[in-house]
Design a protein. Structure first.
Length: 307
């Protein structure tokens, strides 16, 4: 496949990127749901280029379900892109429909967030005679997200969210390639789901339990593991590492066990299947919900998680 001159991108990827730009260009104003990950950073960068920084807001949710380090990364990236970042406290932990941790958890959370973003956009901009279009809410959802159990996608459809990357057909690999071609520093940053995904469905979510998971993953990062998941099964911490890190994990087993026992776990287990995206969905029974091996791209992440 040939490459688009000046971009280093294959023709098909370049075509999709242009389609995403076209979708954004017609919006007028937009608030971008911004996590600091590769997908939302590309969506934000494209929105700034097509609409101008004054017509774009970045907004990130502040909640116990998110890593504090991710908020720091979002601040840095928004500053680099020259766009205002709104740190929006969310209240999903006060919502029993969320903390009950059913398979609809992500739908409840995403719909609440998108409604808040729509309200934020309406307050920030008022319609003018020259442009009476309502500001849009934009997410960085990509085409691969449709292949897993993602109830949050239903929330996006119901809220009328604009999804330029998904609608253009950009896959995760193409998002990374496009972000790299644009010089975005976090193009290879691993995908990071919220902390609630570490707890089995049906077990109540609490700030204390989420905080323990965050501390456990930070401890593994401090030991040099580039990416990991600590699945919290009450007294048991089940650690998922990339396949290439499993032997290293076994060599460090005493240090890992001591660190996690210090956080309150009684037992510490290393999952021999390795890191899988959405492993907590495996029991839901549908093919789309079965866990998938984590992508080999972006397997390393530092403590600040910017790239």
């Amino acid at each position: 496949m040939s490459e688009q001159p000046g971009t280093g991108l294959p023709d098909e990827t370049a075509r999709k990127l242009r389609a995403a730009r076209d979708a954004l260009r017609g919006l007028g104003r937009a608030v971008v749901a911004f996590s600091g990950g590769a997908d939302s950073t590309l969506a934000l960068a494209l929105a700034v280029e097509e609409l101008g920084a004054g017509n774009v807001l970045a907004a990130t949710g502040v909640s116990p379900v998110h890593f504090q380090a991710d908020l720091l990364a979002a601040r840095e990236l928004a500053g680099r892109l020259g766009v205002e970042l709104v740190e929006l406290p969310t209240d999903e932990m006060d919502n029993p429909a969320f903390t009950a941790n059913t398979p609809e958890r992500c739908y409840v959370c995403k719909l609440g967030l998108l409604k808040r973003l729509a309200g934020l956009a309406a307050r920030h901009w008022t319609a003018s005679p020259a442009d009476d279009r309502r500001p849009a809410v934009v997410t960085g959802t990509n085409a691969d997200d449709a292949g897993d159990y993602r109830p949050g996608l239903r929330a996006e459809r119901e809220a009328g969210t604009v999804r330029p990357l998904m609608d253009a057909g950009l896959t995760k690999a193409e998002v990374r390639a496009a972000a790299r071609s644009m010089g975005l520093p976090n193009w290879d940053r691993p995908a990071m789901a919220c902390l609630a995904t570490r707890i089995p469905y049906g077990e109540t979510l609490t700030p204390a339990r989420l905080g323990r998971i965050e501390a456990a993953e930070e401890a593994l990062l401090a030991m040099g593991f580039g990416t990991c998941r600590v699945r919290d099964h009450g007294t048991v911490a089940r650690i998922e590492l990339p396949a290439g890190d499993l032997e290293h994990g076994l060599r460090r087993r005493e240090q890992i066990a001591a660190a996690l026992r210090g956080l309150g776990y009684t037992f510490v287990a290393l999952d021999l299947e390795g890191l899988r995206s959405g492993s907590m969905n495996a029991g839901l029974g549908t093919p789309a919900a079965r866990a998938r091996p984590a992508s080999g791209a972006g397997q390393r992440r530092g403590r600040s998680r910017p790239g």
